[in-house]
Design a protein around this ligand. Sequence first.
Ligand code: NAP
Length: 378
Amino acid sequence: MAIFLTGSTGYIGAHVAANLLESHGASLNLLIRGKDAQEAARRLWNAMQLHLDFPRFYEHLQTRIRIFPGDLTTSQFGLNRDDYDRLIHTTDSVIHCAASLNRKSEKSCLNVNLRGTLEVVQLARRSHYYHGLRRFSDVSTVAVAGKRSNEIVTEDRAIDWERSDYDPYARTKKFGEHMIRELLPDVQITIFRPSIVLGDSRHPETTQFDMVKAFVFLAGLKALPFRSTDKIDIVNVDFVADAIATLHQETDPRYDTYHLSSGRESQTFREVTAALAAAQQKRGPIFLPFLEKPFSGVVNGLAGRKTSLSYGASLMKVFMPYLVWNTVFDNTRVTSELGRKPVPFSTYGYGLLKFSTENNFAYNYKPWPAASAGGSAA
Ligand SMILES: NC(=O)c1ccc[n+]([C@@H]2O[C@H](COP(=O)([O-])OP(=O)(O)OC[C@H]3O[C@@H](n4cnc5c(N)ncnc54)[C@H](OP(=O)(O)O)[C@@H]3O)[C@@H](O)[C@H]2O)c1
């Protein structure tokens, strides 16, 4: 029997997969986009090489990973009948980590985060019907809390249906949580809501650059349009993945929902920028909060044009609401249950930004060694 994990080629999903394989000895059924198992295995190798060398990865691929090449937005993931049946009968728990994070595309969020999640729920219902499902874990987001300002949000108070959302991503993830709870009433469900996941505290390398680009853009400004004492809830990906893997594998976690966040210990803009400036032996920025509205206007204007700055500006536009809301997410549940805390961004952020700028915001992927065959297919 195996854990059915979606999103293993993504940033968080690959960390979760590596953690489950290396620290928990788990077997995995992985849904991966690709025209066949070989292409999917190659895409998985790209995602996993931050964590494992090729021989170790290949050993897992041969012994504890079964790849199902498929797409969330196709009926029964586009698998043939035998493979879909095999997936049902070999899955004893689910971690649904795949999503569209494209905050600008309602269509993409609708298709992946709602239709796709419904497909995963259907699979879970079928596995549960035949042999019982141990747990369904959903990787959601703190963005489900909708529009907020100057708050510390606890898990039980995050969802408020009367509140507006910032974007289609937040809206569809919120409904995704609801759908899972409604459609799997007799399955143990665990909802994980990470805050801004940025960097691995153990090393500077990353394969995900969008949020890093927004930070590099901000770090380059001499004046920031924020209040220096506002807090920003950033969490390291290694903490997030460890929490998901550990709590998913626990027999009886204490809660059904966890914020994976820095919570009350989130750092202020001043703390974060001072650390980045000190690492570069530069002066920190000045803070001019009254510039927030004009700054947003410039960012929105640039985002709509075709200039060299428009990509950075369009990233800033989507992240801006999450930078100025001065809202953090209480993490007492996860820190008390795990006995560990996230690592402050100021202690590892400079390495992440340096790695990203020096490598032009691209990861130099190692190719699949010529002598090895593809992965074990479904
Ligand atoms: N990153 C953050 O700061 C953050 C914060 C809070 C919550 N989260 C949540 O964490 C989860 C993972 O996020 P991430 O940052 O790791 O995202 P990511 O790097 O963009 O990974 C997304 C994953 O979803 C897969 N996927 C997307 N559409 C699919 C489809 N139609 N069929 C099958 N797979 C599909 C992607 O596969 P491909 O490789 O084929 O594209 C990829 O493996 C998401 O649920 C997200 O909502 C993230």
